[in-house]
Design a protein around this ligand. Structure first.
Ligand code: PRT
Ligand code: ZN
Length: 286
């Protein structure tokens, strides 16, 4: 029987949709019934295992799954030896220390001797030890932010994305100690047949990730400015330039990195570019 690559994905939560989204964008189709534990792709040798995110590093380590998608926070906290093979860039958040608004915080040393509630004692302990701070940890798996109000802890260390939860609970974020996003982990002892399938999958994933980081840009420009425009846009190689019919204008097509896009846009406008058209790229090889 043909071997399949087995991937562990969070069944329900902040990682689920985007994890499956990336696989879907790789052209892999599957049924998506949240009640089932296992699912097989129709058109790629891939088998899904839908589980709680906390269990993903363990399942990959024990070989129940070959790879998994999990928050870097969860992976580092569990301290299970796996290979981190991709940073997928979504589910970005930070792990921060927060204290009640009335707390006069001046630095990490203020935490010395305090009780800190967290679901991430290992990551926190690493940071505090490095800074010569010793605190006691109150291990909680949820609703960390209510612990100071009910007198269980003096401070908390929890994941933050918008900061709304902290504000709603009368807490202020005073120290960012760690940054996280979704990563793909692999069992270092993955079978070679399954590793071959993984390599094919990674080729697709990389082209999806690369495409997300770029925009396809087209614009019209007076021909005399083409050298300056080429210097601004950079692009993969050089931009494609097409002469417009009966004019001294050209049409330019190129690829621009997402994070540079607005600065490129402003400079092109200054150069006299018109009709700037920007589109999403679905897939992109190197
Ligand atoms: O049931 P299961 O165990 O699978 O899920 P879970 O409840 O443990 O995890 P889930 O789905 O909440 O989060 C999964 C992963 O998403 C985490 O491990 C992080 O890697 C990532 N992630 C990204 C976050 C957040 N952003 C986030 N904001 N995980 C949790 N939060 C929580 C945080 O704990 C706090 O309660 O959201 C609240 C803060 O949000 P803001 O926007 O108010 O700051
Ligand atoms: Zn969890």
């Amino acid at each position: 029987m043909e071997k399949k690559l087995r991937i562990a994905i969070q069944s329900k939560g902040r990682l689920s949709e985007k994890s499956l989204g990336i696989i879907e964008q790789c052209g892999i189709n599957f049924g998506n019934d949240p009640r089932v534990l296992k699912e097989e792709a129709y058109n790629f040798p891939l088998e899904f295992l839908f589980v709680r995110d906390d269990d993903i590093p363990g399942y990959v380590k024990s070989g129940i799954a070959d790879i998994g998608i999990v928050g870097r926070n969860e992976f580092d906290e569990k301290q299970i030896a796996l290979d981190v093979i991709r940073d997928l860039g979504f589910a970005k958040c930070r792990l921060s220390v927060a204290v009640p608004n009335s707390f006069n915080y001046t630095g990490l040393k203020d935490l010395d001797g305090l009780r800190i509630a967290t679901s991430y004692p290992n990551i926190l302990d690493g940071v505090l030890k490095k800074n010569g701070v010793s605190a006691s940890y109150v291990n909680v798996s949820g609703s960390v932010e209510v612990t100071p109000a009910i007198g269980v802890a003096d401070a908390i260390c929890d994941l933050v994305s918008t900061g709304t939860t902290l504000k709603m609970n009368g807490l202020k974020e005073v120290e960012e100690i760690y940054q996280s996003s979704a990563i793909m982990v692999m069992n270092p002892d993955i079978e070679s047949e399954r590793k071959n399938i993984l390599d094919k999958l990674l080729l697709r994933i990389d082209s999806v990730i690369r495409a997300k980081n770029y925009k396809y840009v087209m614009f019209n420009l007076p021909e005399e400015h083409i050298k300056e425009a080429a210097a601004i846009v950079g692009g993969m190689k050089s931009p494609t330039v097409t002469k417009l019919f009966e004019s001294d204008w050209v049409s330019v097509q190129t690829v621009v990195a997402e994070d540079k896009f607005w600065s490129v846009f402003d400079q092109l406008i200054e150069l006299g570019a018109e009709g700037i058209l920007v589109t999403r790229i679905e897939k992109m090889t190197e």
